[in-house]
Design a protein. Structure first.
Length: 339
């Protein structure tokens, strides 16, 4: 799977599905390559009664959701987009989006320049989008775009082409930003979630590349709480797993492990996106790419393809399969402008 159930022993991070990061996407805006689309998905929800503390609350109001962006190649964030949500009341929730630049982007906290305030969260099929200057923002329930034959993966890679995620939902945070806001070089991106603790904020989940945190990581608590700049410490464990599963030589396993760490998504907005070389689109078969690496080319596909409910326009992720909230009696228009 991707990052779904990425906590220890295939549990949710911090025991809370709302904090569980699933997938990260980055690609040029279709029809306008001067802008980029960044998508962070969390809260995997399987069926009508998703696991976690609630069945309807999309995002945890006591948490922070962050997109980290490294602009100079040192795996330390130079830009951060930080989202915090209100309490879920009467079937409604709102979001505030902040941006942090410079050294503070690599730290923790709930400050930063406010870009979007009180943006409505979508709990129904209608996508409620907020425009704020040159930024577009969406948060809410969506159809999970990840595709994978989970049962085949658990059955020693004997795939049948059954897509476990074909009718599942997830919560998406989607940003549209001008490329000029991201710098002029190749970027490294990752996502993380944090909760309050020890007088500050504690990271409970992070990631960028699909599947590896679920399958290759031995010390999951340490990995999920870690930073990409320190990922070299997991190189030996990754290499050991690859050597055992894929039949790599020790030297080749170490080399391949080095291509998977640090756990970041490289993205150059000036080039077309295609995983794993540059960013990741919603139709890229990231799981096929991973199992080909994991098995040393012995298995190259799970016979599952991209979902057919993706949208041509923002927020691009398809409408959810289940309506989990009471439709808010205000702001029923799909787009709300902020100045």
């Amino acid at each position: 799977m991707s990052h779904h159930y990425s906590g220890p022993d295939f549990s949710f991070s911090n025991g809370d599905a709302r904090l569980d990061f699933t997938d990260l996407y980055a690609f040029p805006k279709p029809g306008d390559a001067s802008k980029s689309i960044l998508i962070m998905n969390v809260h995997p929800s399987f069926g009508e009664n998703p696991p976690g503390p609630t069945t309807s609350e999309p995002f945890a109001p006591e948490a922070l959701y962050e997109l980290k962006i490294d602009t100079d190649g040192d795996a330390i964030a130079d830009i951060a987009y930080r989202v915090r949500f209100s309490a879920f009341e009467d079937g409604a929730q709102t979001a505030i989006l902040r941006r942090i630049d410079g050294p503070q982007a690599s730290g923790t906290g709930d400050g930063g320049q406010v870009i979007v305030d009180r943006a409505p969260v979508s709990t129904w099929r209608e996508a409620r989008v907020t425009d704020a200057g040159d930024t577009r923002f969406f948060a809410g329930w969506r159809s999970d775009p990840f595709f994978c034959d989970v049962e085949g993966a658990k059955n020693n890679f004997h795939f049948t082409g059954s897509d476990f995620f074909g009718d599942k939902d997830v919560c998406s945070i989607v940003l549209e930003v001008p490329n000029s806001a991201l710098g002029t070089k190749e970027l490294r991106l990752w996502a993380r979630t944090l909760v309050r603790g020890n007088g500050g904020w504690i990271q409970v989940e992070r990631g960028a590349r699909p599947a590896q945190a679920v399958i290759l990581v031995e010390e999951k608590d340490a990995y999920l709480a870690g930073e990409p700049a320190d990922d070299e410490r997991f190189l030996a464990a990754f290499a050991h797993a690859l050597e055992h599963t894929g039949g790599y030589s020790a030297a080749e396993a170490k080399r391949v492990a080095g291509t998977l760490l640090p756990d970041v998504l490289t993205y150059d907005p000036a080039r077309p996106a295609r995983f794993p070389d540059n960013g990741r689109t919603l139709t890229d078969d990231a799981f096929d790419s991973f199992i080909s690496i994991l098995t040393n080319g012995k298995v190259t596909e799970d016979k599952v393809g991209a979902h057919g409910d993706l949208l041509r326009d923002f927020p691009y992720v398809g409408p959810p399969h289940q309506n989990r909230g009471m439709k808010a009696p205000y702001e029923t228009a799909a787009v709300r402008n902020q100045t």
